[in-house]
Ligand binder design. Structure first.
Ligand SMILES: *[C@@H]1O[C@H](CO)[C@@H](O)[C@H](O)[C@H]1NC(C)=O
Ligand SMILES: *[C@@H]1O[C@H](CO)[C@@H](O)[C@H](O)[C@H]1NC(C)=O
Ligand SMILES: *[C@@H]1O[C@H](CO)[C@@H](O)[C@H](O)[C@H]1NC(C)=O
Ligand SMILES: *[C@@H]1O[C@H](CO)[C@@H](O)[C@H](O)[C@H]1NC(C)=O
Ligand SMILES: *[C@@H]1O[C@H](CO)[C@@H](O)[C@H](O)[C@H]1NC(C)=O
Ligand SMILES: *[C@@H]1O[C@H](CO)[C@@H](O)[C@H](O)[C@H]1NC(C)=O
Ligand SMILES: *[C@@H]1O[C@H](CO)[C@@H](O)[C@H](O)[C@H]1NC(C)=O
Ligand SMILES: *[C@@H]1O[C@H](CO)[C@@H](O)[C@H](O)[C@H]1NC(C)=O
Ligand SMILES: *[C@@H]1O[C@H](CO)[C@@H](O)[C@H](O)[C@H]1NC(C)=O
Length: 546
């Protein structure tokens, strides 16, 4: 098996040797373990065993990113090109062994990076694509150092980015003591946002072995009018659901001791969906229950848990679940963890599609999605249905993403870290997206030899580029852009080589599949001098929003 992972020390060596001859560099790169290719591995045993590290990563020559390296533990037939998967992975690895943090990814299924959402805060979770005001937007949850509570929830805010990566909305709580929590962001057809928040409230916990002056996390479901920032719905768990209905013990590290500095996480709200009829489906991991709530906050029914209104038929029960989503009438999907950090109920976690009948009040299993290698996921997880009936499961605390056919059979499974490395992604999706950043492409001019030039080009978030063109100008005045080279884009970063040295200023242009120009970079000289494109260099691709 050819190893393409490049250990950190070797990267350092390559940086040192970059100033030497290309011959030396190329011979180094052709050694096993040293190629610069960064497509996904396919069933790489060294990756799976941890021999390549807990979170193998990719490197580039000039672009300042070190994205996670994918490995298809269960490869599709055409691995790594994975041509039958259309769309982009959207996921957000968190964990201390990651080489690069502070952002979520948009990644091609072949493992090449498209976008890293850094620069917004210290903890950043890319939540997927949402329709807002009729257009696709990226949703991102952000927290800054002190606000982020790693122990399962956080206080921060959400932002919506348009297809040019401009921030068009900031969404947080209204009238609460904490900001938006990381567990949910859902944008409704009415341009409102559904979010969670985890304030601490005082309550009598003597019935549960705690103090009369006890403290709980009292999670809140809010619907926020994005334009005004006002809450149009606020539902606080403790007003409706007693801790006696739930399963998480009081007084262990994972759930809290019921004191002001360590409140009891009795309910753990982890998904909310607003339905077209104005009801809300709220998932409580720690009560093993989905609650259907009306706009007055009344609970219409409970599914699962101690007080279920539904009879749970064989295989339809769930515990410690995540990401409940209604699917048309009479169906819903969820991720059944069946396990937590302190308890295991079933041999392995599953993505479930359930049929429910709200007259007969019964729930039955429609189909189940088992994980590669049959592992338990003790926290997090997601199930996304694609338009063809297939589904994508994000395995949460297990760093895997898999696709399943309509009956739930696994088709492939990819990993972005080693299992039990502490690296997780809260949810993971496969989404269509078109991005054309408003900031111009980036480039770096290098001259490893006196007689030729290598220029590295990248454009974080751009989805339409199929090739890059390199231009040179001898002078600033007159600025005369001469085409020097073209190169197809197959990875995040592309190298363009010009076998000559008579130009001083270099520039790259991004071309789309029709050969139109999406954007020009600045002109840049070897010494770093930079200035904008020439007056007569016009974008020929139609604007995105037309
Ligand atoms: C699969 O599971 C076995 C047993 O738990 C474990 O030893 C092995 O490392 C796992 N393999 C992968 C690729 O996760
Ligand atoms: C959108 O607003 C209409 C009118 O207020 C309401 O009937 C409907 O339930 C709302 N839908 C959602 C998903 O919020
Ligand atoms: C659900 O069960 C509760 C009692 O636990 C009952 O009051 C309520 O009417 C039931 N709702 C439905 C829709 O069956
Ligand atoms: C669901 O019920 C079955 C019995 O019908 C049981 O074997 C299984 O462990 C239960 N699963 C969970 C998650 O409780
Ligand atoms: C690069 O491709 C463009 C067409 O997209 C062409 O006009 C130009 O001449 C090419 N440059 C070189 C150096 O071949
Ligand atoms: C990876 O996939 C993207 C999107 O399909 C494609 O443009 C690119 O050429 C592929 N790269 C490699 C190295 O296969
Ligand atoms: C760049 O110059 C070096 C040294 O003369 C030569 O070996 C190499 O082939 C050149 N590369 C290109 C692409 O012109
Ligand atoms: C590009 O050039 C403009 C105009 O000279 C300058 O303001 C800008 O900082 C440059 N951008 C980069 C990324 O160098
Ligand atoms: C811009 O004008 C210069 C002459 O001033 C010309 O050489 C160059 O081809 C023009 N470029 C474009 C893109 O029209």
């Amino acid at each position: 098996m050819k190893r393409r992972y490049r250990p950190r020390i070797v990267t350092l060596f390559i940086m040192v040797f970059r100033s030497l001859s290309t011959v030396t560099l190329l011979s180094l790169l052709s050694l096993p373990g040293l190629t610069s290719a960064s497509v996904a591995y396919c069933n790489n045993q060294d990756y799976e065993s941890g021999a390549l590290g807990q979170a193998p990563y990719q490197t580039y020559y000039a672009a300042p990113y070190k994205p996670v390296q994918l490995n298809y533990a269960l490869p599709p037939a055409d691995c790594p090109s994975n041509s039958q998967v259309s769309g982009y992975f959207m996921f957000s690895p968190l964990g201390s062994d990651l080489e690069m943090t502070g952002g979520g990814y948009i990644m091609n299924p072949n493992g090449t990076m498209v976008y890293f959402s850094s620069g917004f805060g210290s903890t950043v979770i890319l939540r997927g694509v949402f329709t807002y005001e009729g257009e696709d937007h990226l949703g991102i949850w952000v927290a800054d150092g002190s606000d982020a509570v790693p122990a399962g929830h956080g206080s921060g805010w959400n932002i919506l980015l348009d297809r040019s990566y401009n921030v068009v909305a900031k969404i947080t709580t209204s009238g609460l003591t904490v900001g938006a929590d990381l567990h949910e962001l859902h944008i409704t057809t009415n341009n409102t946002a559904i979010i969670t928040a985890f304030p601490t409230d005082e309550t009598d916990l003597s019935a549960y072995g705690g103090s009369e002056i006890g403290y709980v996390l009292n999670p809140v479901a809010q619907e926020i009018d994005i334009a005004t920032g006002e809450a149009i719905f606020t539902w606080k768990a403790l007003d409706h659901v007693s801790p006696s209905e739930c399963y998480a013990p009081l007084g262990i590290a994972a759930t809290g001791y019921g004191i002001a500095t360590d409140p009891w996480d009795y309910f753990h709200m982890n998904s909310i969906e607003k339905n077209d009829d104005g009801t809300y489906l709220i998932s409580s991991r720690h009560c093993h229950t989905l609650y259907l709530v009306n706009s007055d906050g009344d609970i219409l029914w409970r599914m699962g848990g101690k007080n279920s209104n539904f009879t749970m038929n064989e295989g339809a029960n769930f515990t410690w679940q995540h990401h409940a989503r209604l699917r048309g009438s009479g169906q819903l999907s969820l991720f059944d963890n069946g396990a937590t950090e302190w308890e295991q109920d079933i041999p392995y976690s599953q993505g479930l599609l359930l049929d429910y009948d709200d007259s007969a009040m019964t729930v039955s299993l429609s189909s189940a999605r088992a994980p590669y290698n049959r592992t338990n996921t003790v926290s997090q997880g997601s199930v996304e249905f694609l338009s063809n009936g297939n589904s994508i499961v994000g395995w949460g605390a297990m760093p895997y993403i898999s696709e399943h056919d309509e009956t739930g059979n696994i088709i492939w499974s990819t990993q972005f870290a080693v299992p039990n490395s502490g690296i997780s992604s809260y949810r993971a999706f496969l989404k269509d997206w078109t991005g054309r950043p408003s900031i111009p492409p980036s480039m770096k001019v290098t001259s490893p030899f006196s007689n030729n030039v290598t220029v590295y080009a990248w454009w974080n978030g751009a989805t339409e580029i199929t090739s890059w063109e390199l231009y040179g100008s001898r002078l600033i005045t007159p600025l005369k852009a001469t085409s020097l080279a073209n190169a197809s884009k197959t990875d995040f970063e592309t190298a363009l080589v010009y076998s000559g040295s008579e130009y001083t200023f270099y520039q790259v242009a991004a071309h789309n599949a029709d050969g139109e120009i999406l954007a020009y970079s600045n002109f840049t000289a070897l010494d770093g001098t930079t200035f904008g494109p020439a007056e007569n260099q016009t974008i020929t691709a139609a604007p995105l929003n037309s």
